[in-house]
Design a protein around this ligand. Sequence first.
Ligand code: HEC
Length: 118
Amino acid sequence: MRLMPKFIWLPLAAGVVAGGCATTPSEPTKPAAPPAKPISAGAAANMANNCFACHGPNGVSPGSIPSLQNLTAANIAEYMEQFKTGQRPGTVMGRHAKGYTAAEINALAMYIASLNKR
Ligand code: HEC
């Protein structure tokens, strides 16, 4: 039973195609990412003061919070990344680690580990 003439379908199909094109979102233009700035030793020292509030001066903890003094830079960076992803369980460190970029974590780890050798 083909009562509907073909010519009725043509404009319909054309409409669907045109509509489809019109609603395809155009790719948003992203602003260029700013070039990564190297983190100075001074900036790392400032950031590390946040850590020392809990982990003790220079990461030598007077209380039950683990000391950072015996960790290598690689350890610190690794643990921080693990806290970030939740791979390493923690009470406060997960939330804390998320506030730092990978570059900041590396700078912190290098700085804190450099203190440990003194
Ligand atoms: C609010 C207090 C607090 C602050 C601030 C803090 N930490 Fe922690 N940190 C902890 C506690 C408590 C733990 C034990 C794990 C947990 O419960 O989250 C810990 C664990 C760690 C560990 C694992 C140590 C181990 O031997 O297992 C590392 C590494 C660490 N913190 C690094 C840092 C660094 C680097 C900073 C600064 C960016 C920092 N922490 C800031 C409280 C803090």
